[in-house]
Design a protein around this ligand. Structure first.
Ligand code: SF4
Length: 288
């Protein structure tokens, strides 16, 4: 499939083929000139980092790197320490705009008020703490382009099919009707959708931010974002509790107060006990 790209200076240009099925390290990106805003969602984790390198390279080649905004949804101290600062440092390395968004109420406060933790079926942590505030930013960015009738936003995320069966069912390039409105058109793009984790690390090693990798990876964590993710497997949670014992105990205390188990078949109290017992968790099942 050849994607054609409009250019006011040169007319219609052929773009590189979309890599729809391969995992050979080519990012899946449409013609970036077709979008007014290139919104790169960054958790500061490895996938965001590799994605930003790809997007910046392609946008520079197409002369639209100035359309990139990196956004970090800040979840406060439930994230690994230094995450927000690292996302900013990564964005600064490319000289692109950086924005931080945050919900008024944090994850733990919200959990306490609701009396229950989020889970795979009720993943309000993502919708309320990340997606909602990022859509508010989209509104602001679109308003800045008041000379454009209905700005087109390419909302870029580092999700990969390898990460989970649920993610593998996503479409890597789709118009987001929920985020679009009469004032903007939002297209969701997953440039690394077909990449395996080795490609991600290869890209980081050869990219511009090889020295800006979060230390949680070297400490043994396979993924970033919340230190204690409700979707994480038990070994990763035990590992996280060994790295952040105080935060794990804070979660366990909240769990006791609300009387709702952190996961359906696993309490945070059990995780803390396993961590304190010095278990050596095998986190390889969460490596993707
Ligand atoms: S990392 Fe896990 S707990 Fe945190 S917002 Fe994402 S899904 Fe929710």
């Amino acid at each position: 499939m050849t994607i054609l790209c409009e250019s006011s200076a040169t007319g219609v240009l052929p773009e590189p083929q979309l890599n729809l099925f391969g995992d050979d390290g080519a990012p899946l990106l449409p013609c970036l000139r077709a979008y007014d805003i290139l919104l790169v969602n960054s958790s500061a984790g490895k996938d965001s980092q590799a994605m930003l390198d790809c997007v910046y390279e392609r946008a520079s080649a197409q002369g639209v790197a100035d359309r990139i905004t990196v956004v970090h949804a800040d979840l406060g101290d439930v994230e690994w320490p230094g995450t927000r600062e690292l996302a900013e440092a990564q964005a600064n390395r490319y000289g692109v705009r950086f924005e931080v968004v945050a919900a008024r109420e944090g994850l733990l406060e919200r959990t306490e008020r609701r009396g229950m933790w989020p889970d795979a079926a009720r993943r309000w942590c993502t919708s309320d703490l990340k997606r909602g505030p990022i859509r508010t930013l989209m509104t602001r960015l679109a308003l800045e382009l008041d000379h454009i009738d209905r700005p087109r936003i390419l909302n870029l995320m580092g999700l990969r099919a390898q990460e989970s069966p649920a993610r593998a069912k996503r479409l890597p390039l789709v118009i987001d009707d929920g985020a679009s409105s009469g004032r903007r058109e939002v297209t969701t793009c997953l440039p690394l959708f077909h990449w395996r984790v080795e490609h991600v690390w290869d890209r980081i090693r050869s990219g511009q931010t090889a020295d800006l990798v979060h230390p949680a990876y070297a400490a043994g964590m396979p993924r970033l974002s919340c230190s204690f993710c409700v979707l994480a497997p038990t070994p990763a949670l035990i590992k996280a509790a060994q790295l952040r014992p105080d935060k794990a105990r804070e979660y366990a205390q909240l769990e006791q107060r609300i009387g709702h188990s952190f996961k359906a078949n696993l309490t945070m109290a059990q995780i803390v006990r396993a961590a304190e017992a010095g278990e050596n968790p095998d986190v390889t099942s969460w490596l993707g």
